[in-house]
Structures are given as structure tokens and as C-alpha cells.
Write a protein that binds this ligand. Structure first.
Ligand code: APR
Length: 241
């Protein structure tokens, strides 16, 4: 008999930091090197689609090389050995959760290896460069692909499914997110409202600090596998009674 039946794990850039990827708002973060207004808004894309495509095509070249770390792998370990429904809701556009073998993954901010046709909605999955020259294989219109990255001001993806998960989970875990971006930073309060236990894994206290029952401070690659081990031991202990 497991303590939890329905676990939601929200991840942010911090879970990928130990794989060598920059976060967004830390010292060496992405937004200290690039302006959000130039690469992460729909206005930026309308103004200069080639520049925005180039930015994400370059990011793709980095992301295809990186490997998941112990925190990603611990999620797979939990999903394989803990008798509960375990969903991963990620703000990250990298594919490290997939590479680690995680299942039930919801990319609410999109995915770096996808582009979406703004004419017909066709989603192209490719690690190759996407440009304004590309022709959509579904509607045969040229130059209508945009990176399948949710820009500031756009609606998140998978929100109906995520909302249902938040209302039904009994454990909400947040790993490596600063909790400053809406609406992902409200998820913990929804889970709490529906009586979930809430735990935050981060290097330090975050903007959402007050909303969590428990804070585990440290590198996710160290702290989260330890937590998974604890949960699995608990379940084993109960099973041995
Ligand atoms: N282990 C745990 N936490 C870490 C680690 C680590 N090894 N390294 C960094 N962190 C934490 C930082 O303390 C910070 O709280 O990860 C968090 C990263 O915060 P952000 O850089 O703001 O990234 P994130 O929260 O994912 O940003 C959310 O903002 O710009 C948008 O779309 C972008 O998805 C992104 C969203």
C-alpha cells in the first residue's frame, strides 16, 4: 500500500542544470544573455522570424548533445517502482525527461525539437534547422512554421490535462523552478487547495516558498534521488509487514 496514489512532478530549468544547461534567471542564465523581447515573444517572431528561428536552431544544436542527470533518472526509477500514477509537467523545452525514460510527460512550454505550422497547426518534430523557407507537408504552405515554443503571451500547452492532474494529485513535487512565471507558479496552490502534500526541491527558497509544506535545499541531482529512495523504502517496509 503506497502513501501516495497520484503524483505530479513540476520541473523547471534547475533540473537540467546538472546536465550542463543554463537556467533562465540565475547568474549565467539565458535571460542575462538574450532579451526576452527579442527571442521569446510572438511580437519578436513577427518582427524577425529568421532571427528567432536561428536562436532556437542554435539552442537545438546544444540540447541534442546533453544527457539526463540523476534527477531525471530518479523520476524513471519512481515511475517504474512506485505503485502510483506519476506525471511529469515540465516547463523545459529540452528532451531530457524523454531521454531518461520518463513517461506521462506534459511539455507546457513546448519542445525544442518541434515546430508548428501557423497555417494548419501541423507539428513537425525535427532536430534539423527550421527556417522561413520550409514548406508544411500537410497544407503545403511555405514559411508558416514557428518553433513549437510557447512564447510569452501565448497559451500554455496541455493545460486541460494538467489542470485535471493538479485537482486529483495527493503529492505535488516541484523541482528546479524559480516559481516566478505564471501560470506554472500557481500549480502548487491548486494542488494544495485539493489537499495534496507539496514539496519543493531547489538550491534555495523560491518565490513560492510559502505554498510548500516541505523544502529540500540542495542540488536536485543529489536531493531528489534520495527522496525517491525514501519513498521506495517506505513502500517496501509496508509491503513487508
Ligand atoms: N538543483 C535544484 N535547483 C536548481 C539547480 C539544481 N542543480 N540549479 C538551479 N536551480 C534552481 C534555481 O535556484 C532557480 O530557482 O532552478 C531555478 C531556475 O529558475 P529559472 O531560471 O527561472 O527557470 P524556470 O523556473 O524553469 O523558468 C520558468 O520561464 O523564461 C521562462 O519559459 C521559460 O520555462 C521557463 C520559465
Amino acid at each position: 500500500m503506497a502513501k501516495y496514489n497520484n503524483i505530479v512532478i513540476l520541473t523547471g530549468a534547475g533540473i537540467s542544470a546538472e546536465s550542463g544547461l543554463a537556467t533562465f534567471r540565475d547568474e549565467e542564465g539565458m535571460w542575462n544573455k538574450h532579451r526576452v523581447e527579442d527571442v521569446a515573444t510572438i511580437q519578436a517572431f513577427a518582427r524577425n522570424p529568421e532571427y528567432v528561428h536561428d536562436f532556437y536552431n542554435e539552442m537545438k544544436k546544444d540540447l541534442i548533445k546533453v544527457e539526463p542527470n540523476a534527477a531525471h533518472l530518479a523520476i524513471t526509477e519512481l515511475q517504474k517502482n512506485y505503485p502510483a500514477k506519476i506525471s511529469v509537467v515540465t516547463q523545459n523545452v529540452d528532451t531530457l525527461h524523454e531521454k531518461a525514460g520518463n513517461e506521462n510527460i506534459y511539455h507546457i512550454h513546448g519542445q525544442i525539437n518541434q515546430a508548428v505550422c501557423m497555417n494548419c497547426g501541423n507539428v513537425l518534430t525535427t532536430w534539423n534547422d527550421v527556417t522561413t523557407e520550409d514548406v508544411c507537408q500537410q497544407c503545403h504552405v511555405q514559411g508558416m512554421f514557428k518553433p513549437n515554443i510557447v512564447f510569452f503571451g501565448e497559451n500554455l500547452l496541455c493545460m486541460n490535462e494538467v489542470d485535471a492532474l493538479l485537482r486529483s494529485c495527493d503529492l505535488f513535487v516541484s523541482i528546479g523552478t524559480s516559481g516566478v512565471v505564471f501560470p506554472a507558479n500557481t500549480f502548487v496552490r491548486t494542488a494544495k487547495y485539493y489537499n495534496a502534500d507539496t514539496i519543493e526541491f531547489n538550491l534555495k527558497a523560491t518565490a513560492n516558498n510559502y505554498a510548500f509544506d516541505r523544502h529540500v535545499i540542495g542540488k536536485a541531482g543529489e536531493t531528489f534521488p534520495k527522496f525517491v529512495e525514501e519513498l521506495l523504502q517506505e513502500t517496501k517496509a509496508v509491503a513487508d509487514i
